[in-house]
Design a protein around this ligand. Sequence first.
Ligand code: SF4
Length: 205
Amino acid sequence: MTDNLPVVETFHSLQGEGLHAGRSALFIRLGGCAVACPWCDTKHSWPAEAHPQQALAALAAETEAAEATGAAFVVITGGEPLHHDLGPLCQALELSGLPLHLETSGVDPLSGRFAWITLSPKSHRPPTTELLAACHELKVVVHEAADLAFAAAMAAAAAAAGNQPALLLQPGWDSPAGHALAIDYVRRNPQWRLSLQSHKLLGLR
Ligand code: SF4
């Protein structure tokens, strides 16, 4: 039983990306990631041991406080949260009654119970079939044309796994080419929609 997890930061803000963008949420960013995406904007989260262990009870108390001040749901993000067994964390946070959302690259087995799973697959470390089958939204970051082919392959793999997640293309924040490619692809493929990092546009955390 895990009583503690390495936590990079917690903050109450607005979800900036995906189908739930614009909604009030408490973010819990766990430490630790071995996926090593070259464009990662949270590289400081990679070494788990660099971040203090926090008690699940303290995270549960923070979740209840966030609910009292308007949070509509909790986002477990990272790092790569599924490097950890998330069962005990979910059990502790469920007491608040807030829906729990997960943001993952999908390289590890699924643990915990989530109302919403955002799968952001990486071509250099493809996700498991389990996560392709379980995700509610599939969000692919676009920097170059090869990312569009990867996005289509991931959507097909999710469908083959019996899932029909919402399909989102998200241009790399500092990638003009990615923006142009994603916009053009979504314009021609109506089953996809554009996801922008609106928190960055607005200067939110
Ligand atoms: S999976 Fe997420 S946290 Fe890990 S390297 Fe990739 S973008 Fe960064």
